[in-house]
Write a new protein. Sequence first.
Length: 365
Amino acid sequence: MLLGHYDNGCHSTREVVILPESRPMKKTRRKPTYGAAVRLARIAAELYSRPYGWKFRDIEAALEISSRTLLRYVQALREGMRDSRGVPMIVVVGAGDSRALRLAATIGVPQLSSYDAAFLYFGLSVLRFLEGTVLQEGIDGLWQRVYGKLLPAQQGRLAYLDRKFYTVPYAPKDYSSYNDQLDIILRALLEQITVRIDYTGVGGKNKIHDFNPYTLIEYRGGLYVLGYSKLARKTIYFAVERMLSVEMVLEKDGQPARFPYPRTHNPASYTEGAFGIVDGPETKVELLLLNPGTETYMKSRKLHPTQQLVRRRDGKAVITMTVRGTAELENWVMSMAPYVEVLKPRELRRNLAERHLRAAKLYNN
């Protein structure tokens, strides 16, 4: 309020004059223009085709807007697009240059494209040798759930998928009669339950192992379980087809006996350096490739992480590598005869010579 006065010629009288109270001016929000509305609609529409998000920098470049303008758009979209619970349907993910805008996970947007689904199908097809087992049932169920969530147009692109993607397994093992063992192994693996396995060893002798399963491994069309055997007192491999029986170990109260999963366990550490999965002493190996065709074949394959191809003075190629154990390597060299010759070590060379002689006797009659 303000105080004022007037003079009537006789005396001065002070009069209180009440003027309108001054108030802070309300900040008016900038009204969206037609162009802004179009850009907001485009962002919202684009997010439905970008399930993994649209990066801020890409939005700014596509719409030719500043970072400040985009932040206003993000705020408007989050305030204006809410679900029935009042939760924003658009979220900001990431930070810095990776910051992106995407639809909230609660919205039924397909998380897979046609290409993603095709790649998944091809990956699953590699495990077709598990037909007749609980693993195959799980794989089929997973594919059906993924396929069912695709849009009709995406499903249309996947027509004839079983003929467009196909795998030919090499001498796979048949696990159709080991479903009971696999069922228990899977549950024990996921819930960290100790199992009792009646196992047939290489020599044909059976032993009972209380076993903590750590890892299920697929290797050359076969299934193996890597874990700790209390009988052997070390971490070892068990082939599923050699398990005569598998049962869960129970505590006194009848509950499954559980074990803590070792934080330091890494399955790669048990195969690193080994030729396959059969471990052994570290050995330096030299293999002579005896014709150009074998050299071409070997150049396109990686037998071992340490392998190197060295050219000799006579022009022939030598493969060198350092492996942990030669049992599986010996079998591989036998399968490549007479195109690969072992130069080193002498023991491996001698073993192969004896096996070749025994094999030759079979065909000399």
